[in-house]
Design a protein around this ligand. Structure first.
Ligand SMILES: C[S@@+](CC[C@H](N)C(=O)[O-])C[C@H]1O[C@@H](n2cnc3c(N)ncnc32)[C@H](O)[C@@H]1O
Length: 286
């Protein structure tokens, strides 16, 4: 079984100058009232490896603990800054307005949260949630440094079993997070449960390029160049090899659409970005 959250010390590891005056917002570790994640399968994939189901989360955790400090710079390098455009489209399609409640799950270093915080304004609320304490701490530091304020909460939580009541959020985003989740169907059901009726789920994730030539060039880049960049910049080729493998193992556009429908979402549609390297799926809870 994968625990939904682990308890962490609140406010630990805070040394920034401006944070001495004001206590940082706590990272809450909330015990999930809706039970543990469930899976009938005994093994699952971690990149190209087949591993016991109960091992995947700790392996993924190891990857993100390892890359957290360099995550943002690697993101810009690997995508040549294009991830910012993919995220901008996600924001545009979110329909988020002043006063809304937004959950940015697997939100990591908080790129989407920062934008949502401005959009929802002082009457709104954004929850930046992630299973990984290191990513969440880097995100919280970054957002505080950039002046993001009192409408953001930080919660360590597993997307498979979200610690929020039913019908809580107007919008949920999961950007480049779903492929790392062990039980993706459970995560989609959990996100659907905590969406308000009329609320939107947006899944921004790597997907399958349509053009075979483009796909071959992309494979070369992912399997040859990416681990080298990871080695040079983050001294961590393995984590970036996992990145390339996990992308190939992720469901394609149509499969993910069907999974979202099976989780109870309606009017599910997707847009291919950069030739299908990435797809933005959107579904509505009616
Ligand atoms: C590639 S990062 C994406 C971060 C951010 N959303 C972005 O787009 O820059 C993937 C994130 O998913 C988180 N994650 C992996 N499994 C998760 C789970 N089961 N529940 C919540 N977050 C998870 C990781 O800790 C990591 O921070």
């Amino acid at each position: 079984m994968i625990p939904c959250v682990k308890t962490i010390a609140v406010g630990e590891g805070y040394n920034g100058a401006h944070r001495e005056a004001a206590r940082p917002p706590p990272i809450a570790a909330i015990r999930e009232p809706h039970g543990m994640s469930a899976s009938d399968k005994h093994t699952t994939h971690f990149g190209y490896q087949e591993v016991p189901v109960e091992e995947k989360a700790s392996r993924v955790a190891h990857v993100f603990h390892s890359v957290a400090a360099r995550y943002d710079v690697m993101n810009d390098l690997m995508s040549m800054g294009i991830h910012r455009l993919w995220k901008r489209l996600t924001i545009e399609r979110s329909g988020v307005r002043p006063g809304h409640s937004v959950l940015d799950i697997a939100g990591g270093t908080g790129d989407l949260t920062r934008k949502f915080s401005r959009m929802v304004g002082p009457r709104g609320r954004v929850v930046l949630a992630d299973i990984n304490e290191s990513m969440l701490r880097v995100g919280r530091d970054k957002l505080l440094d950039s002046g993001v304020g009192g409408n953001v909460e930080y919660v360590q939580a597993n997307a498979e079993c979200l610690p929020f009541p039913d019908n809580t959020f107007d919008c949920i985003t999961i950007a480049f997070g779903l492929r790392n989740v062990t039980d993706k169907d459970a995560a989609l059901r959990s996100m659907t449960r905590v969406l308000k009726p009329g609320g939107r789920l947006l899944v921004l994730e790597f997907s399958k390029p349509g053009n075979p030539l483009f796909s071959r060039a992309y494979d070369e880049y992912s399997f040859r160049l990416l681990p080298k960049i990871g080695e040079l910049v983050a001294s961590d080729a393995d984590s970036y090899r996992y990145l390339a493998e996990s992308i190939r193992m992720h469901p394609d556009q149509e499969t993910l659409k069907a999974m979202m429908e099976a989780a109870g979402l309606e009017r599910v549609e997707y847009t291919n970005l950069t030739g299908g390297i990435v797809a933005l799926h959107r579904g509505i809870k009616l």
